[in-house]
Design a protein around this ligand. Structure first.
Ligand code: MRU
Length: 366
């Protein structure tokens, strides 16, 4: 997508053909800053500290982090170490493991001296595939938005609620949940995107709102507790969110608070769609609530809020008493029964084992 008129991806190979460029997402929306990853530890830190985040981008960064780790030593033992270092960075998004396993499978049979060049080619392929997959998700989602618009006799904007950031910053380009929004906007369908703030790290307020502003898509920022009220009053036409891990049965694990929105949508008859690339499906598991590890992040993310002061400095401020401790589970699981449909690169399907298997038969059978 475009930033100040120039096309960007969220991750790229630097001109030296070795290091990797990213957009430092911890500085947005106030500062657009590029960071350069020079070694494995830089890549691991970027994932842990959420300079890059969002399931597909975490996977792409892990792929390039793997490449960077090979410069020290491309031997078998180091492949194990690189993989273990990356997988330990964040536990919930399955794309991280998926990317690491994909690199390992390609590299393991090769002699060490051939591994770095092949790894870079594979990482670039993962990025290019992600862009194509997300664009396809956008086209399938566009159809749903168009249908909603026609159902309202093309009167008024289609009001779409989204949670967290599942836009182009969460992927290599396009996004998952926001890809249909960008396609619909380009097709001339009037939209109003309701952006959940998404505490504690406020990816909605800082990243989704920034993306939509840059693309000229009309939106309103809402506090996380407003969605239920808006749905009850008929002010939301559909919800579209992303996912960090989807079970083979269609349970969806996404940013904390997604589950509450799905409950509210279900109670109010609002369609609740989840957009995902096939790489986000964890075919080994079926019960999301029991089987998906939920990342527990620092208490400080809850106890402190970062923002721009009136004098223009980016600063954290504490919002709770000194003695108060916090709990900070970063994700929750929305059971398949609350999901109207899954928007994938291969089409839209019911959130069920049969639905996913109808679109990804080769993965379901493996
Ligand atoms: O903690 P984050 O910011 O990495 O969480 C991101 C999300 O929850 C996204 O909705 C999810 O990764 C899907 S992104 C295409």
């Amino acid at each position: 997508m475009k930033v100040h008129g120039k096309a960007w991806r969220s991750i790229w190979l630097a001109e030296d053909g070795r290091r990797v460029g990213i957009i430092d997402q911890t500085r947005l929306p106030h500062e657009f800053r590029v960071a350069i990853l020079a070694d494995l530890e830089d890549a691991a830190r970027a994932i842990r500290d959420m300079q890059v985040r969002g399931a597909p981008l975490i996977g792409a960064t892990a792929a390039y982090g793997f490449c960077l780790g090979l410069w020290d030593d491309a031997g078998d033992k180091n492949l194990d170490r690189i993989g273990a270092t990356l997988i330990a960075c964040r536990p919930t998004a399955v794309n991280l493991r998926w990317a690491v396993e994909r690199l390992e499978a390609v590299l393991r049979p090769l002699p060490p001296e051939q591994r770095p060049a092949v790894a870079y080619r594979e990482a670039a392929r993962i990025c290019d595939e992600d862009v194509a997959v997300n664009e396809a998700i956008g086209n399938h989602g566009l159809h749903l938005i168009r249908t909603a618009w026609e159902k309202m006799d093309r009167r008024g904007p289609v009001r779409i609620l989204t949670h967290c950031n599942a836009g182009w910053l969460a992927t290599v380009d396009w996004g998952t949940a926001l890809a249909p929004v960008y396609k619909a906007h380009a097709a001339g369908i009037p939209l109003l995107v309701l952006v959940d703030e998404t505490r504690p790290r406020s990816q909605g307020a800082s990243l989704t709102a920034w993306e939509l502003t840059a693309e000229g898509v009309d939106h309103r920022l809402i506090v996380d507790n407003a969605g239920g009220h808006l749905m009850q009053h008929g002010l939301v036409d559909l919800c579209i969110v992303g996912t960090d891990r989807t079970t083979a049965g269609g349970d969806v694990c996404n940013k904390i608070g997604t589950y509450l929105k799905a409950l509210a949508a279900h109670a109010n008859g609002v369609p609740f769609y989840v957009a995902l690339p096939g790489s986000t499906v964890d075919w080994r598991i079926s019960d999301g609530v029991r089987e998906i590890p939920i990342e527990e992040r620092s208490q400080d993310e809850v106890l402190w809020v970062q923002g721009l002061t009136r004098s223009g400095r980016l600063e954290p401020v504490r919002i709770a008493p000194e003695a108060t401790a916090a709990l900070n589970p970063a994700f929750d699981v929305t059971p398949a029964a609350l999901v109207t449909g899954l928007i994938t690169e291969r089409g839209v399907c019911p959130a069920s084992r049969e639905g996913l298997a109808s679109l990804f038969p080769e993965m379901a059978a493996a």
